[in-house]
Design a protein. Structure first.
Length: 228
């Protein structure tokens, strides 16, 4: 199982394109901009205005690099020209807890660990960083709808086999995987967790890997980010 950004570290020990044979995508889960309810923002426009009014004061929690959450926060800074303080956590669990407790003002968080707190009103959902709204949270606007179309930060989960696996085996596994992802119970589970089912062919998954890995490597290089 792999997710977006797997090849971004300088020396991951493998080549995500050469060392694996894509079988197919399973799901996509966008990064979401979230806020503690006490933070006086209700939109991305509010966040940008607050960040520009008080440079460095606004805190944004993310898991550590090279997660897409962290890259999303860096992309936000780059797109808006704002000075915000990125606070890194060991994972989405501690980040979500600190966001609920008000120890950090904002978060670039994944949806699954936060969705119950969003539905309970303990976390404010500002925008999803994807081209489409989430079926589980249809009232939350996309970043583009909120005025920041370049903020496209989506995790793509898929299944890989070792490079050199027989094409016939890859195709058989891909066919079975598509049937599983298309089944009603799996689709409902993925949607309820804040994701979107993404059945695909091996070729479509290969194209997704090449596009997304290139996109995030380009950001790291452009901003000169130090990624271990």
């Amino acid at each position: 199982m792999a997710t977006t950004g797997a090849s971004v570290p300088a020396n991951p020990g493998y080549d995500i394109i050469k060392d694996f044979a894509p079988i197919g995508l399973i799901a996509s889960i966008p990064i979401m901009v979230q806020a503690n309810p006490a933070t006086p923002v209700d939109s991305l426009t509010d966040i940008v205005a607050m960040a520009k009014k008080e440079p460095g004061k606004l805190t944004i929690g993310t898991p550590p690099p090279p997660t897409l959450n962290y890259f999303g926060a860096e992309l936000f800074k780059s797109l808006t020209g704002t000075d915000v303080t990125i606070v890194t956590y060991k994972g989405t669990g501690p980040l979500t807890n600190d966001l609920v407790a008000g120890h950090v003002m904002l978060a670039f968080n994944t949806v699954p660990p936060a969705i119950s707190n969003i539905q309970a009103g303990k976390i404010k959902a500002i925008a999803v960083c994807s081209l489409a709204r989430l079926a589980a949270l249809p009232d939350v606007p996309t970043a583009a709808e909120a005025g920041l179309p370049g903020l496209d930060v989506v995790l793509y989960y898929g299944l890989l086999a070792p490079a050199g696996t027989s094409p016939a085996i890859v195709q058989r596994l891909s066919k079975e995987l598509r049937q599983i992802v298309n089944s009603d119970d799996v689709k409902m589970r993925l949607i309820s967790d804040g994701g979107g089912p993404m059945p695909s062919t091996p070729e479509e998954y290969a194209a997704t890997i090449e596009r997304e890995e290139g996109k995030w490597r380009a950001l790291v290089n452009r901003l000169g980010l130090k990624i271990e």
